[in-house]
Design a protein. Structure first.
Length: 583
């Protein structure tokens, strides 16, 4: 075996041994494979507050395998806690900062391997990006999902309760009941939002142990997975099997097909390309669109489906999804186990994995007083909920680089429409107009200057919930933005419109009364008229060129700090909004 990086570093830095002894290492520990345990543990939110239990389990696994684990922390923030405030503007930037801190931690003092532990929206992709940058033999451990509350209440329903309260449809007592019961345990929010999606993506990419993604956070099985990941990290360090030896374009294609099957968050179109970028792989909106077309949508879990996310594991989790779409996957890709995906899937059939999942499902049926079968949660291939994936990438003169819609959460009435443009230059203005009935049926409501360069690319969650929870507007208007949406968002919402307004994208040129063509099945998003009068494509091109002559970028919203850095360097939404440097 080649000499480990940690041992080479000890020879170069004589202060290293005494400094580590000073913080509790024994002299014999210094000779062992040294594993960085990087987590987002902290009291920031339920998705991270429990992670130290997994850190300690992984550390024990490392110790039992003959290594030594060093605990490092890059705590994440909570999008849910930041909603409705300027704090949400820091959300996407935090992904980059988590990755940066991991890069600093792991490179300032070399390690031989890593265990990365996270649960939520930016912590998961931040760790996956950091893992790719550091590129030491590593395993991802996902922090699981929280339980549902009474009446199977889950957090994504809070936006609906809040909008109904604002409209006077429910009283404050009912709103308070929902607030106090929506998060009964630790773990990621119990729906297929961004946190759940990215946990699933880590396993689909082959970087987490088979069957480990999105377990109930309180499950003893999750602690065991963390322990086994610790043991495996030492084995990988000795073998020298790095993430770059595992992840390929075929791995990402597998992940995107799983994304289609679960109706994953549209935010994956920010995170998956950013992760791929670290491996030197370019993924575009067209890649997602191509793979989603004719892909099977199988998972009946909220927000697009019926059941809370804890039921995902009870039905067999990622392996059960992969078994249903097995014929379209690249089964020969390598995984963190050192085996191929095909070998992993076959192994789970013989080691009792699915029988354990069924026991959990039986227990859940008793707990909640229901009767749910595996097939109710993960539909068989031949009984798919849908046959054309779950997202579409729209293009046209409004979004030359693309825009994203989750069509599985969109009313069919809005798949094809010509709408009247109502542009707003901030979410606050738009939300006020929606809540006070200042928009009408047939409007295309725009929120712009909310992209990465504009304001950090916050979520338009409250506005999307206000629209989708309105029985009339939810089926008659569209919301279009260069910002993004929560993975919990439903309704006719189109995000990531690229190029963004702050970069002079066509969304910045839209005026009140323009006609907007939306055609989901044909993947079209165009400005086709002015003041209610349709124009030819050539006429419309001339009009937009004339408007561009008079357009000026808004002054930078942030003059200093991390959001100034992010707004200067962020790539476009459809590229993944990673930090893009001039060559």
């Amino acid at each position: 075996m080649e000499e480990l990086n940690s041992q080479k570093a000890r020879k170069l830095a004589p202060e290293m041994d005494p400094l580590r002894i000073g913080c509790g290492w024994k002299p014999d520990d210094l000779k062992k494979p040294q594993i960085i345990i990087e987590s987002t543990y902290g009291d920031s939110h339920p998705g991270s507050a429990h992670l130290n239990r997994l850190v300690e389990a992984a550390r024990k696994g490392i110790w039992d395998a003959g290594g030594f684990g060093a605990r490092y922390f890059a705590t994440d923030i909570c999008d849910g806690e930041s909603q409705g405030t300027d704090g949400i503007n820091f959300s996407l930037a935090s992904r980059e900062m988590i990755a940066n801190l991991i890069e600093i931690h792991a490179n300032a003092t070399p390690f031989d391997g890593g265990v990365f532990i996270s649960s939520c929206d930016k912590g998961m992709p931040g760790n996956l990006i950091g893992m790719a940058r550091v590129n030491v033999p590593s395993v991802m451990v996902t922090g699981g999902t929280m339980s549902a509350g009474p009446d199977l209440l889950t957090l994504e329903q809070l936006g609906m309760y809040s909008a109904r309260y604002e409209r006077g449809e429910i009283d404050e007592e009912k709103l308070q009941w929902a607030k106090q019961n929506a998060c009964p345990s630790c773990g990621a929010c119990s729906f297929i939002g961004t946190a759940s999606t990215m946990q699933i993506m880590s396993e689909a990419l082959g970087l987490a142990l088979p069957g480990s993604a999105l377990l109930p956070a309180t499950s003893p099985d999750l602690t065991e997975y963390a322990y086994n990941a610790g043991k495996l990290s030492v084995e990988l360090a000795r073998k020298g099997l790095r993430p770059s030896d595992i992840v390929t374009i075929e791995s990402f294609e597998n992940a995107i097909l799983v994304h289609a099957a679960i109706s994953g968050s549209t935010n994956a179109l920010l995170h998956i390309p950013a992760i791929a970028h670290e491996y030197g792989i370019e993924l575009t909106g067209e890649t997602f669109d191509r793979l989603h077309r004719e892909a099977r949508y199988l998972l009946d879990v909220r927000p697009a489906g019926k059941w809370p996310a804890e039921f995902f594991y009870y039905a067999g989790g990622v392996p059960a999804i992969m078994e249903e779409i097995r014929d379209v996957l690249h089964l020969d890709v390598m995984t963190v186990t050192g085996k191929t995906l095909e070998e992993n899937l076959d192994g789970l059939k013989s080691n009792g994995f699915y029988e354990r999942c069924q026991k959990w499902l039986d227990d859940a049926n008793v707990k909640y007083g229901i009767h749910v079968t595996k097939e109710d949660i993960i539909r068989p291939w031949d009984k798919a909920i849908g046959n054309n994936g779950s997202i579409a990438v729209l293009k046209g003169n409004l979004a030359p680089e693309g825009a994203v819609i989750k069509h599985t959460a969109c009313p069919p009435e809005m798949f094809k429409a010509v709408l009247n443009a109502r542009p707003f230059d901030s979410e606050e203005e738009c939300l006020d107009a929606v809540l006070h009935h200042k928009v009408q049926k047939g409007d295309a409501v725009f929120i712009r200057y909310e992209g990465p360069k504009g304001s950090g690319m916050p979520e338009m969650f409250y506005t999307s919930e206000a629209i989708s929870s309105d029985k009339e507007l939810g089926r008659s208007i569209a919301l279009i933005t260069d910002g993004r949406f929560s993975g919990a968002s439903t309704g006719p919402v189109i995000g990531h419109c690229s190029p963004e307004a702050q970069d002079g994208g066509p969304i910045a040129l839209v005026e009140d009364g323009d006609l907007i063509e939306l055609d989901v099945m044909e993947r079209k998003l165009n400005i086709i008229g002015v003041k209610g009068v349709q124009k030819t494509p050539e006429e419309m091109n001339d009009i937009l060129n004339e408007r561009r002559k008079h357009w000026k970028a808004k002054p930078r919203k942030y003059k200093r700090g991390v959001l100034r850095l992010f707004s200067e360097l962020a790539a476009s939404p459809m590229k993944g909004a990673y930090l893009q440097y001039e060559e």
